[in-house]
Design a protein around this ligand. Structure first.
Ligand code: SPV
Ligand code: MG
Length: 529
């Protein structure tokens, strides 16, 4: 890609009239670029104004540099910095050039005033000019210190502003040209272009000329073109328009104590995200984050009390401790370790006994009268592009979740091929293929779920992943089921049966490596896991 310095040099030296548009921070710089401008004027007036200070070198030069760094990072077009007087003498100028080159700034414009400067439109005639010799030394120092031959140094004369006439302006411009400046900026505060016309008549096409028609704004741009001007700077129109927009919005919100009358007058939050490049980050996440973990969240159904007598008199069974950690705590830790940060727990019995602060909660107040689908329904809005669903009373080895996250099917359930009939609550699964050897690598499909062991090829462990279309389908199916009268009695069996009418459900086999905790014996055995 072309260097920004080279790009700016071509703009300034090209025979065509070119334009630099003012920007004063990363956001405005981006807007300038996406509008189509070829270059940016990093205005001293605007940068100091957005920092809330005066254009009198009140912001230090390194503070200006910090702003510039954001502007440069945010854009690919070149920036010409309004470098005021170079923030000191020739020596400060050398260091400035060095720092600008490090930040890929295309060039700097310096003016022949004294540090600390004042804006040209405030008491211009009272402002002393630098001596020609001193200023030429500064230009030479800048040119000698640049490492990149294309870095641009523009010399700006304030001769007209300070009340000197044409001959002083020409004398200075010529001296600056000879000192090595790449272009001359002639500034004028007249409301007509007579200073500029006079200058151009005398100057001819000796060297590129840059102008700032803030005060003589009504002069047609074609006239500048005919005069042979190289570059026009629109110097402060973004800061001025943003000030007006902010004043109007602030006043309206203040008066109305409401947002209703401004909402349709300002850009959407989505537009802010677009300018910030949110889309690019999404794409990058697809490329660089571990597959399928990016944007995966989890919902844990943990509303039931459980039937463990004394043990679950006050706490729900998801909070029973196994090896010093609660069942739910283990699940959350396992998920966090896999990069899942967005976890929603549906509580029901004794919600205040579930104390985790790094998860979100939903409450199934009717937990005693309802089954799993009612709890899941309360978290339906949390089903996203990729979501893990689990029962809150199972524990599993971390690799089980890890493998499930790598799976690319739209709906996948984890099934234990090494099952033994234990109690009537087991979720038996019939699959199209039986488990052979390779655990997760076999692509079996679920045919049926039931409490009957006949024909079963495995047991559903209570761990599901939905992804993409699968997530959408699960949501719409849940909505359909929720309209049915007996919804409160429905379990995941109903959901699976409905889903199987519409799509395939993939099965990932494991052997052991998990437990559901239904009895005290289970609790005892779970410690071994
Ligand atoms: C600036 O934009 O800061 C300038 C141009 O230096 S002017 O304000 O016209 O002096
Ligand atoms: Mg300025």
């Amino acid at each position: 890609m072309k260097k920004k310095t080279t790009f700016l040099r071509e703009l300034i030296t090209s025979p065509d009239l070119t334009f630099l548009m003012e920007a004063h921070h990363g956001l405005s710089a981006k807007i300038v670029e996406e509008t189509g401008f070829s270059g940016i004027w990093a205005s001293g007036l605007s940068i100091s104004a957005q920092l809330g200070v005066r254009d009198n070198n009140e912001a230090s030069w390194t503070q200006v540099l910090d702003v510039l760094e954001f502007m440069s990072d945010a854009t690919t077009i070149p920036i010409l910095l309004d470098g005021d007087t170079g923030y000191g003498n020739f020596n400060n100028m050398r260091r400035l050039v060095h720092k600008l080159e490090q930040r890929e700034i295309g060039g700097v414009c310096i003016e022949d005033k004294l540090f600390p400067k004042t804006n040209s439109f405030i008491d211009g005639e009272a402002q002393p000019l630098a001596s020609v010799e001193e200023f030429c030394g500064k230009i030479k120092a800048a040119k000698d210190s640049q490492k990149d031959a294309d870095f641009v140094v523009v010399a700006r004369t304030e001769a007209f502003i300070a009340g000197w006439g044409l001959s002083e302006a020409i004398r200075r411009a010529e001296a600056y040209r000879k000192a090595g400046a790449d272009a001359i900026l002639v500034h004028s505060k007249k409301s007509n272009d007579s200073d500029i016309v006079a200058f151009m008549n005398e100057w001819g096409n000796r060297h590129p000329v840059v102008i700032v028609p803030t005060k003589y704004f009504s002069v047609p741009t074609e006239k500048f073109e005919r005069m042979g001007i190289s570059t026009v700077i629109w110097a402060n129109h973004n800061i001025r328009s943003s000030i007006q927009a902010m004043q109007v919005t602030c006043q309206k919100i203040f008066q109305d104590r409401s947002l209703v009358h401004v909402e349709d007058k300002i850009v959407s939050v989505a537009e802010v995200f677009r300018i910030q490049g949110a889309e690019e980050l999404k794409e990058a996440e697809k490329r660089y984050l571990p597959k399928n973990v990016a944007n995966t969240n989890a919902i844990i159904l943990a509303a039931t009390q459980g039937k463990f007598g004394e043990l679950t008199r006050e706490i729900p069974k998801t909070m029973l401790e196994i090896g010093g950690r609660s069942i739910l705590g283990r699940q959350i830790d396992t998920m966090n370790a896999e990069g899942i940060r967005d976890i929603t727990v549906v509580r029901g019995f004794a919600p205040d006994k579930i104390p985790f602060t790094n998860v979100q909660y939903r409450l199934n107040e009717d937990f005693a009268q309802t089954r799993e689908l009612s709890s899941l329904y309360l978290a339906l809005d949390k089903i996203s592009h990729s979501t893990i669903l689990t029962y809150g009373d199972i524990i599993f080895k971390p690799y089980v979740l890890h493998e499930l996250l790598q799976d690319e099917n739209e709906i996948t359930i984890v099934v234990d091929a090494d099952f033994t009939p234990r109690d009537p609550h087991q979720d038996f699964i019939v699959t199209d293929k039986t488990y052979q050897q390779n655990l997760f690598t076999e692509d079996a499909k679920m045919l049926k779920i039931s409490n009957e062991i006949n024909g079963a090829t495995g047991e559903f462990i209570g761990l599901i992943k939905v992804h993409g279309q699968g997530a959408t389908l699960l949501k719409s199916t849940m909505e359909e089921l929720a309209r049915q009268e007996n919804f409160s009695k429905m379990t995941l069996h109903h959901l699976f049966q409905e889903l199987l009418k519409k799509t395939e459900i993939a099965v990932k086999f494991i052997k052991g490596s998990w437990m559901d905790v239904d009895t005290l014996v289970d609790l005892q055995n779970a410690k071994e896991l």
